[in-house]
Every structure is written in structure tokens, then in C-alpha cells.
Design a protein around this ligand. Sequence first.
Ligand SMILES: [Zn+2]
Ligand SMILES: [Zn+2]
Length: 486
Amino acid sequence: MYLTKFGYMDPASTNPNSGALLSAESVEKSIKEFQAFAGLEQTGQLDEVTLEMMNTPRCGVKDKVGFGTEARKKRYALQGSRWRVRDLTYSIGKYPKGLLKADVDREIAAAFKVWSDATNLTFKPVTGGKVHIEVRFERGEHGDGDPFDGPGGTLAHAYFPIYGGDAHFDDTESWTINSFRGTNLFQVAAHEFGHSLGLSHSDVQSALMAPFYRGYQSSFKLDKDDETAIQSLYGERESRPAPPTVTPTASSSGGTLCADGSIDAIVTMSDKETYVFKGSEYWKLTDNGVATGYPRSISRDWGGLSSNLDAAFTWTNGKTYFFKGGNYWRFTDLTMDADYPKAINKGFAGIPDDIDTAFVWSGNGKIYFFKGRNYWRFDPQQRPPVKSTYPKPISNWEGLPNYIDDALQYSNGYTYFFKDGQYYRFNDRAFRVDTASPDFPRPVGYWWFGCPASGNQIAPNVHNNKGDVPPSSMGDVMEDIFDAGE
Ligand SMILES: [Zn+2]
Ligand SMILES: [Zn+2]
């Protein structure tokens, strides 16, 4: 059934009425094809790894489209199935049970942006009326003859443009945002919209269009394979924004950050851009350094926000919160929301003034505040949001020093802590500062801001992405251990 459902066996060959015999060779051949597609050894046998792969949650769209000559057509272009217009509309016709509407709107928009960043396509949300792509969260049979199967198994499916482009998500899955728990909505949606635009599955295991769910990655870079595929249908994006220039040998825009790598605050916004704040200025970071044109003035670009910030984080509602002294500010993108700043004890009861650090920990999606030698856990869904067992000593976080400047949940799933121009990479699964070469802490200037290597530090040969390998599996176990200490 699996091999038929996902296009490895012709359904006609397994139909008892067709009179065709299901030969051992054809089954073995189909298993081999599946193994090849999934990057497994082609044994032709239903061995343990193969069965495990077949039990991995995945997209419901077929891996192989058609048989014979049909299948030999280029995988990107399903008989020329692509949109003939550049500006596409979408609507969310049915929302999931467990998430806020605004959160779903934002994650779906971010998933479309993955594709509009790589092409000249645009996606506009529309409420009601006729749209190009309709998004629905459905359970079981939902009117298209391809029923969902409950938790696990098939997570979602979407239709190629010639079949309408709609994307359906199994509402019995536990859809989540920025968390190792459940199934990541953004990742699955970005994958499904690839189908809505005409892409079929890729056998490149690192591609977004690979059919298997890999667990929360929060690594939002399109694979080269996906980029090539989508651009073969829609062309490259014209008038791209200038690529960020990183000159590892020049202090360039990293200027004052290179002279002194200490920072006030660092935050990744809901649009996945990361900013560093220091004094009255701020910088936008790229994967390798600082974007050109920075630093810029905080007061000029972030109307209403103070200089010399204490900390910042972005919450799952897409809002970014900044802290200084006894106040906090809430921003939607670069715009301050009305009636801010407010007193910390108004919005964050139980959290002290003058905090050092604020971040959302990927291990459990809760907000953590650090100050001096202590930390507090803030859970907005709990009354009171801070349990009476807090504060607790920072020494619980193995390997971290006291008096941290700020922390960041970065796009690779690690949490980074910054102090006095050095940083620590925290392993959210092992729950300790990572052991790596070179050791942590490492100089922030070199690894984050593209500053030249200085003096006696150990210079690594690779200068990208902080030299990190993303974590590969879920953090649920770690969360249990961590919560057990309550
Ligand atoms: Zn798919
Ligand atoms: Zn459906």
C-alpha cells in the first residue's frame, strides 16, 4: 500500500481485477526505487531501516509521478504545470484547532516568503472569494478522496497548479511554532507550497522538497536543489537585494563591534532577521557577518525605543519585546505598538527590573529571564506565570557564567549566550554548553560579526555559520529532564 500510495508501484498492478500478477521482482524493484529515493542502501528487502523510513511522518504527495516515459520527464516540471501569473493569492479556508489564528497567518506567510524570496512570485493573503491557493486544516476524509490518517503518517498534501494548487494539512497533527515539540507548521507549509507551485519531491535528502519530515530545524535556507527547481519554473528573482558583503579581513561595517564585541541585546525577529543592539546603534546580521549599511541609529529606525537596552526576545505571537530598566517595549516588525513602554511588573509579573537577558528556549518554548546569578522561567499560559520556586541559580545551566549580556535562539536550533565579547553555544538537548573545537566561549567579533581574527585566538579554517552543526532530533527528552528540576 505504501509503495502504491507514493507512486513506486502502478496501482493497476495491485488491482486484483486487472488480472496482473504481482511478481516478486516487481515488488523488489519498487522497494529498490524507494530505497534509492530515500537515500538508503538498495537491498530490495523490507529491512529494518527501510521499514523505519516508511514509518517516518511525511508528505502525502507521491514521490514518483507516473510510470514509463511519463516518469522520465524532468521532475520539476509536471507536464508544464506551473502558474502563468506572477502575483498569486491565497486564503486560509479552515484553521487548525490548537493554534491562534494570527500565529497561523504569520507562519503561512513566512512559508510563502521562502518561495517569493527565490523568484519573482508574490503571495497575497485574501479573505474570502476566489484565490489561487487555498490552505485548509482538515481531518480524515475531507472531500478530495485522499483522507488523512490521524497523527503521524501523512502530515499534509498539496496539489500541483494544474490540479488547483490547494494545500491541506492534517489537523490531527500537533502543529507547533519554533518548538521541538509536535510538527513544525512553517517547515511543512513551506514544503507543501513547493507542490502548490509545481515542484515534485526531491531525492536530495537536504532539500526542502524531500518527502520526509525531519523534525524541527528552524533552518530556513532553501537548499540549492530547491532553488534550482523553483527557478527552472519561474526564473530567478530580478532586482535582488544586494548580497550582504562580508570581508573577513576588514573590519568594515563591523567597526565598533570588532573593537569591542560586547553587546546589549540580540534578537531574531519574526521575519527571521537577526539584529544586534549596542548603545544607540544597531546592526543586521547575515550568516557570515554584518549586513552592509550598518550600524544604524536605533532612535531613527525604531521609533520610541530606548538606547542602551538590557535584553530582547521575539515571542510566538510574532511580537518582539525589548527591556530596559523597569520598562519594556513591544514591536511589530520595526513599528512600536501603541501605549508602550510599560512597566515590566505590569506585563511580566514576577520578573525583576534591570534584567540581563531574555530569550525563548527552544527546549520548551518558555520565556527565560536572567539577571546576575539567577534566572526566572515565565510561562504566559500558567497562573502565576512565574512559579514560586524561582529564581533559581544560573549554575543549573551547565557551563554558563553569571551576568550574561543577552541570549538568542538562533535559526539553527541552538541557544547562544553572549558575555563581554565572548559567546557560548548551549546544547538544548544535552543541556550544557557544547564541547567543540575551538572551545567555548569564543570571540563574538570573529564568529558573528565577520571581524578579522585577532591575536592569539585559535583561527578555525571554516568561517561560516558559527561553525555549528544543527541539532538533529527532538528536544522532548531534555525538556523532561529540565522540568523535572522544578
Ligand atoms: Zn511533499
Ligand atoms: Zn486533501
